[in-house]
Design a protein around this ligand. Sequence first.
Ligand code: SF4
Ligand code: SF4
Length: 263
Amino acid sequence: MADDDTLCPDEAAGPLEELTAEQTFRFSCHPGISCFNRCCHDLALPLTPYDVMRLCAHLGMDGETFLERYAAVRTFPETGFPLPFLLMDDVEGAPCPFVGPEGCTVYADRPGACRSYPLGRGTRMGRDGIEERHYLVREAHCRGFAAGPLWTPPNWQKSQGLETYNAFNDRYMRLMTMVQASGRPLEASLSTLALLCLYQLEAFRGIIREKKLLAHVEVDAQRARAVLTDSAATLEFGLDWLELVIFGRCPHLAPRRGDSAGT
Ligand code: SF4
Ligand code: SF4
């Protein structure tokens, strides 16, 4: 990844204007606006693990089926991590598969990049943790800047329910940054493991059960139960497990004494 890393596609979407956390922008998007749904077409929309988890929950679908039906999976070249892109429908205008006449049909669980628009979020690992920068993406077709309330970047993010998305994305970014800093992109078997742990949570749970992975790490009964029943807990465990397998240690997951992680 570049110096200013991001899992959000918005930075590449159009003319960018950097904003401080205190600067404001005027914006309003609503079904009556003349450009309604214009932004939901012909997108290169990468999906983070948390995006896919939320979309799967919304659609009642497992991760494998979702990726097969809705995504093209590429790979981050510098790290070897999987990078699914949402496939646009192969019809005129290339609409998002989830856009309907009345707007986004998966609105409550739409991807983080859709929530964030027209604000882009760039992140990088700083000395004291994740550092974030904000960019406004002003695309010619978007009429939302003409009226509406004034927002600061943090207020906008809060209004769009981005806190949990950002927290999961930052955790993932930290892991990718560590792999990039090691100078050793994931080899094929670890790339496959990353796809399983991050994007195919039901299948990962099956492996956790079958190979009794929880017996190899220090987890209390409450976390063990959550890992096997709650997708967010499974994803969190997947991030920790990957870190443990790749680096032999993870601050959030310790191997049982005398054990080393492996599948
Ligand atoms: S997921 Fe929803 S908001 Fe995002 S591009 Fe598709 S229709 Fe638009
Ligand atoms: S183009 Fe801008 S204002 Fe129009 S629907 Fe999309 S986000 Fe809203």
